[in-house]
Design a protein around this ligand. Structure first.
Ligand code: VGL
Ligand code: ZN
Length: 216
């Protein structure tokens, strides 16, 4: 029986797999606790979605979001950058390094696009749609619209930063947007996970689990 409560992925749905890169996995430079637990559910989800897009955090060495770029600052402290308050991170996802590679354990040969973000030395970009200055667009909304996608399903790392910001911007760009929470894991620094959930709820991004996807 077709359960009307279940979501049946269609041709107008796209799965976004955010930043499943070695630096965010256990042993990585900015390891997300239990980050490796997203791989199995994402691989299973990817079999149910014809359309998949990867995002890849991709910073030049010396990036402004790195604590090491700011004298006297430690990771997880904040600083003022031109566009506002920036959380400072350990050096991570430096272009061309092993830590920046998308995990080979992902088995998604049909993924059609990789959006690289965070490439401007002065601007961070949690969102795969709009950079941290909240002005510069990556082109992802245009791609998804041109492909005729209507619903965007967000997974990956980290729930409270790149997944949440990507989902919020997907919704703002006019897509019906979902975060599949058990296919994501959080950094959770300074209340960031609570805040992300509140922001997602306020924006009417739907927080769901893999159980709600037909065939999972
Ligand atoms: C991310 C912090 C810094 C993420 C990326 O992928 O959530 N978080 N850069
Ligand atoms: Zn980053």
């Amino acid at each position: 029986m077709r359960d009307p409560e279940l979501i049946h992925p269609t041709e107008s749905d796209v799965l976004i797999v955010t930043d499943v890169q070695y630096d965010f996995l256990p042993g990585g430079a900015l390891a997300v606790a239990k980050g490796d637990e997203v791989i199995a559910p994402i691989n299973k989800l990817a079999k149910l979605f014809r359309h998949v897009v990867f995002t890849q955090d991709w910073h030049p060495a010396g990036h402004a979001s790195f604590a090491s770029s700011h004298e006297g600052k430690a990771p997880f402290e904040t600083t003022a950058l031109a566009y506002g308050t920036q959380i400072l991170w350990p050096d991570h996802c430096v272009q061309g390094t092993h830590g920046a590679e998308i995990a080979k354990e992902l088995d998604i040969p049909h993924a059609a696009l990789v959006i690289r973000k965070g490439g401007n030395p002065q601007i961070d970009s949690y969102s795969a749609f709009v950079e941290g200055d909240r002005k510069t667009k990556t082109g992802l909304a245009g791609y998804l619209k041109e492909r005729g996608f209507k619903r965007v399903f967000c997974t990956g790392l980290a729930t409270d930063f790149c997944v949440a910001w990507t989902a919020l911007d997907a919704k703002a760009a006019g897509f019906e947007t979902y975060v599949i929470e058990d296919a994501a894991r959080a950094i959770d620094t300074g209340g960031s996970l609570e805040k992300a959930r509140r922001d997602l709820d306020a924006a009417k991004v739907r927080r769901i689990t893999t159980k709600q996807i037909a065939g999972f």
